[in-house]
Design a protein around this ligand. Sequence first.
Ligand SMILES: Nc1ncnc2c1ncn2[C@@H]1O[C@H](COP(=O)(O)OP(=O)(O)OP(=O)(O)O)[C@@H](O)[C@H]1O
Length: 269
Amino acid sequence: MSTQTGAAPPPALEVQGLTKRFGGFVALDGVSLAVPEGSITGLIGPNGAGKSTLFATVAGFLPPGGGRVLLRGRDVTGAPPWRLHAAGLVRTFQIPRPFARLTVAENLAVAAPGQEGERLPLPWFARGRIREQERALRRRAMQVLERLDLAAHADRPASALSGGQKKLLEIGRALMSGADLILLDEPAAGVNRTLLRAIAETIARLNREDGITFLVIEHDLDLVAELCEPVHCMAEGRVIASGRMAEVRADPAVAEAYLGMALLPDAAP
Ligand SMILES: Nc1ncnc2c1ncn2[C@@H]1O[C@H](COP(=O)(O)OP(=O)(O)OP(=O)(O)O)[C@@H](O)[C@H]1O
């Protein structure tokens, strides 16, 4: 029998009573939820529920009105994106924004933290070291691209990638930055079925093999059911249900929030 009595580790991310107003409009109305360490947590809800606003507020892109954001138990409320980035929390966007003129590999390389070559001008004796750092970055970028099945595209401009490949590239940029908690905004939106499978498998593999925790906003509820546990459902700026997808889907408040949206194919009794 174990004699350990230590407290349970804190969730990777905990949001407590978060509020956000845009003028008189309440976009987040006291949102509380947890993302367990090592989970792929889902965030669902009808259009306008406040999901992206929650991401923006948690990731430091918008200042919260009130409430707290805890990253592995540490209060990071209102911290700027770069500080959260350095602490391992990275968000992706609904519409990916790679540097269009850089190659796919260069897009990854510039996402790596603390590059000496960024601090110009450089003394002559530092140049060899920087070339070695650049070679190491390229090797690391190629490893990440292999994991994402994008290695064949390494030297193409990022603008040449399809929408789904750009989403994979965004995940790759987060990996290059050393993120271990990734907020993914609608990975399936506008992606064809084949790439959707690739994205779903990539998320599951990075979670399983690399221990990366995800919080995923997604409208494709079958994908959420396949990948995510737990799932939180938001509506009108609040969390209205949390739990396993089957429980959340069966919750009458969720069915009511989605009413008319035909997005709950398995909700009927
Ligand atoms: N910068 C802003 N200024 C004013 N209102 C905003 C702003 N950003 C979001 N909103 C409003 O806040 C509400 C929540 O928007 P949000 O984008 O967070 O919803 P969502 O759940 O992500 O929706 P969707 O699934 O359609 O992306 C919406 O009514 C939106 O119009």
